[in-house]
Design a protein around this ligand. Structure first.
Ligand SMILES: Cc1cc2nc3c(=O)[nH]c(=O)nc-3n(C[C@H](O)[C@H](O)[C@H](O)COP(=O)(O)OP(=O)(O)OC[C@H]3O[C@@H](n4cnc5c(N)ncnc54)[C@H](O)[C@@H]3O)c2cc1C
Length: 793
């Protein structure tokens, strides 16, 4: 066994093996994988092997698409090893309009990503799947590129490819401990000796929490038990001259596919069972759990009602095994938080369909130091320290039940709530706040004026919050609104080099003392990694606020870049609260209770002052994300409730209302302000995002600058435009394709109704320039609507 390697991958399931296959493809030489048992001995060997393209996110759709490509042809051609890929296609059927809306949304994403999905009528479905009952259905989505694979064969073929390029795989080698040495290399202890490595990767599937503890990370995952039934021979299927597509009824929560001359039926129960929450027994290996037919009988019965022939075979076998679930059912891919050269490739509940692509994605990330596509949906750091035991269990159980749930825009699922409740929460709730959860924080989404309505309705069309959000926007425009912005990630950067550090952090210069700036920290290839609003509190001290969901990514970035400077970085997110006071009355209202002259002359735009509001110290920032004059009041969170009470009192004579995240989204779109995570991602540069006014390149040197400038000169660069849509029926939300004629040339990244403009609006990226005179259409839920470029408010 080697004692040194460039990388040690822990876990020989489909994910880990895919990684070494792709790393060696990229030319990594010294690649080692250790597996405590045999390859595939975790969840991989008993998976049903279904592979799909269906996803609500482009990155995940691409991961899945790459898996299919790999299993369908690439692997077998390269290694000569069969993987038994059945390109049978897939169907999802429905009885409900909302589900059909979801199908159309996924079809729209596919149109842009380059994957064909087809919406079928029941009659068309019947032709493709004659054994299904279709009388009560309203439609289906057909995914012709899908198929199923033998997960063991696919893993072994990838292992062969990796070994052919020099990777070494040590089977029957258990990792027993991991530590980082003083030179920052990792030391991986196994029951067969130690290996030191520059990089380690946790691909331990069901056991990833245990390996995480050895690495020093607490992973928010829970194994959940999933079962499928394998039938005996069924004449109706055995007699077919071709394999029928896999079929799913997401409304009833099952999948069914042909398996030799019978079928496999896989139900997802509403009450899933977590398993070994506090530690998977180390001796657990290739065994399965005892079948529990009672748990799945009812749903399996529904499958047999839909495909009556499936009831004709007896049960040959029931497979019951653990699947790892994260709080949002997406995998954990990327750097482990706060560790150097330690990576995660785990937490996938659909590791076969995602594994091929996920291995490629992480290999490219490790090789280039940045992800090949927007990683937000899979980034291993998207959950913070709030994801404790109860949270991970509640969310895993919820995700299992919602495996086939409809993914509504703006949906807030109920489990794992109130991880972080600010002191103002109860008071805001009394004023009608309807909260959403962002990075564990309860943040008001909108304010209900009807005491009987305390939650958002779910729809792909206008929901119950449409009118109230309009009221919030209008009151803010005419009077003044208070918004709770406390969920921002917040950092204090201080020390001798603080100015130099901030000045080199991103595309914009460091602000001078008392001033505020917005800077984008870039990846090496010029994409937007982070967006920081930076306030200079003095020569050597800066206060940074960034997106709530970016907490760990931003902390990692700041800490790693700070190493070359004499600065300290402190994450103060949970210690500071933020209220926005916005609107034409904001200044007068605050002046009643402030100890400082708030006039524009004394307190100019983009400046910050430490002031007192009703005796409470706050850092007041004259900034606005909503396009009306106002202030942000950043305060000690322990003072929040008292501050809020004073603000509400002071606002009485100024018609103070509230605004939530939905109103803020609508208003920032009217101004054309970009949102991190939706409009700003690592895929596009700030110049492509139209943020040239925030990019200062003269005599400056910052990471990604050169690449950003080069990309601006390239023929195929992107540009972002604000659009106005003739779409009275549907407001855009995210990921809608824009066409010029029949050519898909753009993608809406965020959208809303603009209540001040009384127009439906959205931001979209276009490949190359579009001209204002171009005739454009946008496709939302399968319907095309005219759209045009417009100027911001
Ligand atoms: C019944 C069932 C049906 C499924 N059907 C599908 C499907 O149709 N499609 C789909 O995409 N997914 C399906 N899945 C999910 C899929 O099986 C998993 O998502 C996938 O196999 C996970 O792969 P992995 O490589 O992450 O983990 P694993 O396959 O669990 O691999 C992890 C490996 O790490 C090794 N390991 C653990 N600890 C150590 C240690 N200390 N030292 C060394 N090695 C260690 C283990 O032995 C194991 O081999 C199904 C799962 C179940 C249970």
């Amino acid at each position: 066994m080697k004692t040194h390697a460039q990388v040690v991958v822990i876990g020989g399931g489909v994910m880990g093996v895919s990684l070494i296959y792709h790393l060696t493809q990229l030319g990594w030489k010294d690649v080692v994988l250790v597996e405590k048992n045999e390859l595939t001995a975790g969840s991989t060997w008993h998976a049903a092997g279904l592979c799909t393209h269906y996803a609500h996110n482009i990155t995940i759709m691409n991961l899945r698409a790459h898996s299919v490509k790999l299993y369908q042809s690439i692997l077998e051609e390269e290694t000569g090893q069969a993987v038994s890929f059945h390109a049978c296609g897939a169907l999802r059927v429905t009885r409900y309009q909302d589900r059909l809306d979801e199908f159309r949304q996924v079809q729209g994403i596919g149109a842009f990503a380059g994957f064909d999905f087809h919406i079928l009528t029941p009659a068309e479905l019947q032709e493709i799947y004659p054994l299904a009952r279709v009388d009560d259905l309203i439609g289906a989505i057909y995914e012709p590129l899908d198929g199923h694979v033998d997960p063991s064969q696919a893993t072994h073929a990838m292992a062969k490819g990796a070994r052919n390029r020099g990777a070494e795989i040590y089977r029957q080698t258990r990792v027993t401990g991991i530590r980082q040495k003083a030179d920052r290399d990792w030391l991986v202890a196994t029951d067969r000796g130690e290996i030191s490595a520059q990089h380690i990767v946790n691909a331990a599937g069901t056991w990833c929490r245990e390996i995480g503890v050895m690495m020093g990370v607490d992973l928010p995952v829970v194994p959940m038990l999933h079962q499928y039934i394998v039938s005996d021979r069924i004449d109706a299927f055995a007699g077919l001259d071709h394999e029928l597509p896999m079929i799913r009824d997401p409304d009833e929560s099952w999948y069914l596919r042909m398996e030799r001359d019978g079928v496999i039926i896989g139900p997802y129960e509403k009450q899933g069972k977590p398993w070994s929450i506090d530690g998977v027994p180390p001796e657990f290996g290739m065994e399965l759990l005892d079948p529990d037919i009672d748990a799945i009988a009812e749903i399996a019965g529904h499958a047999m009602e839909r495909v009556p022939a499936a009831a004709d075979g007896g049960i040959k076998n029931i497979v019951n095994g653990p699947i790892t679930f994260t709080p949002d059912a997406n995998p954990l891919i990327g750097p482990a938080f706060d560790l150097d050269n330690a990576w995660l490739l785990t937490g996938s509940s659909m590791g076969v369909m995602e594994g091929g692509g996920a291995g490629k994605f992480l290999a490219e990330w490790m090789d280039a130091g940045e992800p090949p596509m927007d990683a937000l949906a899979v980034d291993s750091r998207r959950f913070g320290g709030y994801a404790d035991r109860d949270f991970r269990v509640d969310k895993a159980v919820e995700c299992f039940a919602a495996q086939f749930g409809i993914h509504y825009p703006y949906e807030e699922r109920p489990a794992g709530r109130k991880q972080k409740v600010t002191p103002g929460y109860e008071l805001l709730k009394r004023h009608g706040a309807v909260f959403g959860s962002v990075y564990g924080f309860e943040r008001p989404n909108w304010y209900s004026r009807d005491p009987d309505i305390t939650a958002s309705s779910l729809s792909f069309r206008r929901a119950n919050w449409f009118e109230p959000v309009g009221v919030e926007c209008n009151n803010l425009q005419q009077n003044v609104g208070l918004g709770d912005l406390s969920a921002f990630s917040k950092f204090r950067v201080s020390g001798k080099d603080a100015f130099r550090f901030i000045d080199q952090l991103g595309a914009n210069c460091a602000p001078s003392p008392g001033r505020i700036g917005l800077t984008h920290a870039l990846t090496a290839s010029g994409g937007v990694h982070s967006e920081f609003s930076v306030t200079s509190l003095g020569e050597n001290e800066f206060y940074l606020a960034s997106a709530a969901a970016a907490g760990r990514q931003d902390e990692d970035l700041l800490r790693s870049r700070a190493r070359a400077f004499e600065v300290s970085v402190e994450n103060i997110t949970d210690h500071r609260g933020v209220f926005g006071i916005m609107g034409p009355n904001a200044e007068a209202m605050l002046q009643q209770v402030a100890d400082h002259d708030l006039s524009i002359e004394a307190f100019p735009w983009l400046s910050a002052r430490p002031i007192r509001i009703a005796g409470i110290s706050v850092d007041a920032l004259r900034v606005s994300y909503v396009g009306e004059a106002g202030f942000e009041l950043h305060h000690d969170i322990t003072q929040q409730k008292t501050l809020l009470e004073h603000l509400l009192k002071a606002g009485e004579q100024y018609n103070l209302g509230f605004y939530g995240a939905f109103a803020m989204n609508s208003m920032r779109l009217e101004k054309g302000y970009r949102a991190w995570g939706a409009d700003l991602t690592t895929e596009r540069t700030p110049l492509e995002a139209g943020l040239g006014y925030l990019v200062k390149t003269d005599a400056r040197d910052f990471i990604g600058c050169e690449a950003m400038l080069e990309r601006a000169q390239a023929d195929n660069h992107w540009c972002m435009e604000l659009l106005e849509f003739d779409a009275p029926e549907f407001d855009p939300f995210y990921l809608h394709t824009v066409f010029r004629g029949n050519e898909a040339i753009g993608m809406v990244t965020s959208g809303s109704f603009g209540h001040r403009l009384q127009k439906t609006i959205g931001l979209a990226y276009f490949r190359n320039q579009v001209a204002p005179a171009d005739e454009l259409t946008v496709e939302i839920l399968g319907r095309k609507a005219a759209t045009r470029i417009r100027a911001p408010l």
